[in-house]
Ligand binder design. Structure first.
Ligand code: T3D
Length: 257
């Protein structure tokens, strides 16, 4: 069904792997479309409680396929039609999305990793805000997320100099949720994803929604929407299970509802 990605669901986790390894998983419009299809399917499936995005081969994603670019293209329109919708879909997905950054993440590949909720980073991976090296500005939400994650000054520096940030430095900047050794990679990424998948999924979705909303609202407005969010969370079976498990002094078994 997919040509440019692989996709499977296992133990509550949707695994989406970018699959153009000979091009370091560079984006094409087809790949962009398939990523959105897979996220849509994951978002609507009751079976899925966490999503992992990773790459086949030695790279996570090298950004837009530069062989597909010609000077007649309206880059703004490509962003509006392809990249923007993907980033909005990730932001509005009420399930946690983990970027398992197995290798270099460059250009819009870096933006994709930034848009995800968590970044597990292989010790051999790196981040590269490559846009400036081809005379472009960071796009696909890159500056929006990067400045929130590493701060204004570092975001500017990484964007203007377009140099590789190795995993250890990425961790110091707060870009990595966790850096993982090559030998433990599969095991640790799976354990992290399954741990998240076993948490109260509805509450995690609401946390994503309200954290984002907090940037755009006054405190008064925020406290009002927060109250509505807590009303919804309070109606879930997972809330009842969490409280019951606490009282019974046992580990909660969340079901994602
Ligand atoms: O333009 C629009 O539509 C608007 C949207 C823009 C979004 C963007 O993402 S702009 C930024 C695009 N990405 C880049 O500028 C990064 C380009 N790639 C690199 O700088 C380097 O390849 C890396 C630092 C990522 C990795 O370097 P290295 O030395 O490990 O590998 P390599 O030898 O450069 O690449 C290996 C192969 O992948 C090579 O192909 P070959 O020679 O073996 O046939 C290379 O051409 C190919 N490749 C790597 N990145 C891309 C690519 N092919 C097409 N597009 C790429 N982005």
């Amino acid at each position: 069904m997919y040509e440019t990605i692989t996709f499977r669901i296992e133990n509550g986790v949707a695994w989406l792997s970018l699959n153009r390894p000979d091009k370091l998983n560079a984006f094409t419009s087809q790949m962009n479309k398939e990523i959105q299809q897979a996220i849509k399917k994951s978002a609507s499936s009751d079976e899925v409680r966490a999503i992992v995005i990773t790459g086949e081969g030695r790279a996570f994603c090298s950004g837009q396929d530069l062989a597909d670019v010609d000077e007649s293209m309206n880059l703004g329109q490509i962003l509006r039609d392809q990249y923007g919708p993907m980033m909005k879909q990730i932001a509005s997905c009420e399930k946690p999305i983990i970027a398992a950054v197995n290798g270099v993440a460059a250009g819009a590949g870096f933006s994709l990793a930034l848009a995800c909720d968590f970044r597990l980073v292989s010790e051999k991976a790196s981040f590269l805000n490559a846009f400036v090296n081809i005379g472009l500005i960071p796009d696909s939400g890159n500056l929006y997320y990067l400045s929130r994650i590493v701060g204004h000054a570092k975001a500017l520096e990484l964007s203007v100099f377009g140099e590789k940030v190795p995993a250890d430095m990425a961790e110091k900047m707060g870009l990595a949720t966790k850096v993982i050794g090559v030998e433990d990679w599969n095991e640790q990424v799976t354990a992290f994803a399954e741990n998240i998948a076993n948490r109260p999924t509805k509450a995690i979705g609401l946390i994503k929604r309200y954290l984002e909303a907090s940037y755009h609202l006054s405190l008064e407005e925020y406290l009002e929407v927060e109250a509505e969010g807590q009303r919804i969370a309070g109606l879930t079976k997972d809330h009842i299970e969490g409280v019951t498990a606490f009282v019974e002094k046992r580990k909660a078994q969340f079901i994602g509802n």
